[in-house]
Write a protein that binds this ligand. Structure first.
Ligand SMILES: C[S@@+](CC[C@H](N)C(=O)[O-])C[C@H]1O[C@@H](n2cnc3c(N)ncnc32)[C@H](O)[C@@H]1O
Length: 510
């Protein structure tokens, strides 16, 4: 297709929500890194895909969002979702080249690009850099995510083989997905002859096995674009420094906690490195992460330690998971790590009423327990990454956002009647996606119709699913009997009522 310049445009992308694009997330990451976060009034998301993230974030009336994606089917969906909150967001179907030259765009405090940088041409990369250079305010933040060169190095020839195979060997009538399936089948065949390349890169066997089971729409966008780059941090820095950007922090807070990811010896080596770019390059060697997602700032200003602690104390959080369901373990680059009960239990106990608390309140509640603010901040970051804790807006902003989130959620609940594509609802307190499955959304629809009992929600869900010729799955197997289906759904509805409804109410999703 002409307008796509070789980017996959005949298969639509998935409907994901990405927390890295959430202003509250960048606030926490920057404060932890000791960098002053900007006040965000105008924000932009380049290549927003189906637009779940930009629409959720647009529910916040204190920020004006604008963005683009050149796939008109994506933009059509994103606009329909946005119409529920009064078409308040500029959602353009122009490509980067055209959009970035719009004369009436404001200057931005935040520009986000998720899943873009590794998958666009060099000329698009230059357009994006020029845009950031001209349109990002000083002190403003860029969120970027990309495939990292170290971890992907051995995969480059495989991805080139797959795209070549799909483009040349599959009959043109087999379509994009047919081409992908053909390429995957061929890779399996190649594997059976034990090629030396796969023997010398044994990690690929695992990766190729995983690919065989992955969603084809995702694979189309991940591997089958004309442009695909596994990015070297030093080269990215070269490009980003043209827009006066400096790297400041990872967007996934787990990656900011060194002891989860680096051995003592690695930390000693890194401590010798004074050049911040070399530091990241060496860190990439140590952790070998496949995907990097992070924040860069135009002119980062360091917080004094006095200001940093004050900023930390102002951070507001509330539980988005039942404390008794939170497993006290986390996964870092060094593997699974146990979280100390002595630290986490008192924090979780204090938060267990699902009310919003500031870090200052947690600190003061725990003051007799020898849990200092550094440990509290780290625990908060780990719990946020585990999706056990949500970062919460200022109280005065929340009520302003409530009608927007209600309208977005109404749309998403109706959407779930016929589709399992979207896995979130949005909370006016966190302005972020909260995971709510299709059946749970149908339970909520039944509640909104005034049904009070889980058995009624279950019957309603079964009728909705059954009317479309679909079946309820139990342990991945279809249940064919009506009574058995409703009994199973009733169990789920009772659990939902007991465990999820109080949390969703506290988040003002219900
Ligand atoms: C991998 S997807 C990521 C989408 C979205 N950011 C997300 O993570 O859900 C990349 C998106 O960039 C869009 N895109 C690619 N090249 C573009 C261009 N030159 N101009 C505008 N959008 C583009 C595609 O249509 C696609 O939706």
């Amino acid at each position: 297709m002409d307008w796509s310049s070789g980017y996959v445009s005949d298969v639509n992308y998935t409907h994901g929500y990405y927390a890295g694009l959430n202003p509250l997330n960048l606030n926490l990451a920057l404060i932890h890194a000791g960098i002053r976060p900007p006040i965000i009034k105008n924000a932009c998301e380049l290549g927003f895909g189906q637009g779940i993230s930009i629409n959720f974030h647009s529910a916040d009336n204190s920020i004006n969002w604008a963005g683009n994606d050149f796939n008109p089917a994506h933009v059509s969906f994103a606009k329909e979702l946005n119409s529920t909150i009064g078409n308040k967001t500029l959602l353009s179907d122009d490509d980067f080249e055209t959009f970035c030259k719009y004369p009436n765009l404001p200057n931005f405090d935040f520009i986000g690009l998720h899943g873009i940088w590794s998958w666009v041409s060099n000329s698009n990369k230059s357009i994006i850099i020029e845009f950031i250079k001209n349109k990002l305010n000083v002190g403003g933040v860029v969120y970027v995510s990309y495939n990292s060169q170290n971890a992907w190095a051995s995969m480059i020839p495989v991805r080139d083989l797959m795209t070549y195979y799909a483009n040349t060997m599959e009959p043109s009538g087999s379509g994009r997905i047919g081409g992908i399936n053909g390429a995957l089948k061929f890779i399996e065949k190649l594997n059976t002859v034990n090629p030396k390349f796969l023997e010398t890169n044994p990690i690929l066997k695992q990766r190729l096995k995983r690919i065989q089971g992955q969603n084809r729409e995702y694979l189309a966008h991940e591997y089958f674009n004309k442009d695909w780059e596994a990015v070297n941090f030093g080269k990215l820095n070269e490009s980003f420094s043209k827009a006066k950007l400096s790297y400041v922090a990872p967007s996934n807070h787990l990656n900011a906690i060194d002891k989860l990811n680096l051995t003592k010896k690695q930390l000693e080596l890194l401590a010798e490195i004074k050049d911040p770019v070399l530091y990241q390059i060496i860190k990439d060697f140590c952790v070998n992460a496949q995907f990097r997602s992070e924040y860069w700032v135009k002119g980062p200003r360091r917080l004094t330690s006095f200001d940093q602690i004050n900023e930390v104390r102002k951070i507001r959080v509330q539980l988005i998971e039942n404390p008794d369901q939170i497993i006290l373990k986390t996964q870092g680059d060094l593997g699974e790590i146990e979280l100390s009960e002595k630290i986490y239990n008192p924090i979780l106990n204090f938060l267990s009423d699902f009310k919003t608390k500031t870090i200052a309140e947690i600190e003061s509640n725990l003051k007799n327990k020898e849990i200092n603010i550094t440990l509290i901040l780290q625990s908060v970051m780990i719990l946020v990454s585990k999706r056990a804790l949500g970062l919460v807006q200022d109280e005065n902003v929340i009520n302003n956002n409530k009608s927007n989130t209600e309208n977005l959620n109404k749309y998403l609940i109706n959407h779930a009647f016929g589709s399992d594509e979207i896995h979130h609802l949005v909370s006016p307190r966190t302005i972020s996606g909260i995971v709510v499955g299709r059946i749970e959304k149908i339970f909520i629809a039944s509640m909104l119709q005034g049904k009070k009992h889980p058995k009624e929600w279950a019957t309603f869900a079964w009728e909705t699913i059954n009317s479309q010729g679909q079946r309820i799955l139990k342990n991945n197997e279809e249940i064919n009997d009506k009574i058995e289906s409703i009994n199973f759904l009733t169990e789920k509805a009772e659990e939902f009522d007991k465990k999820r409804v109080p949390i969703l109410k506290a988040l003002m999703v219900l």
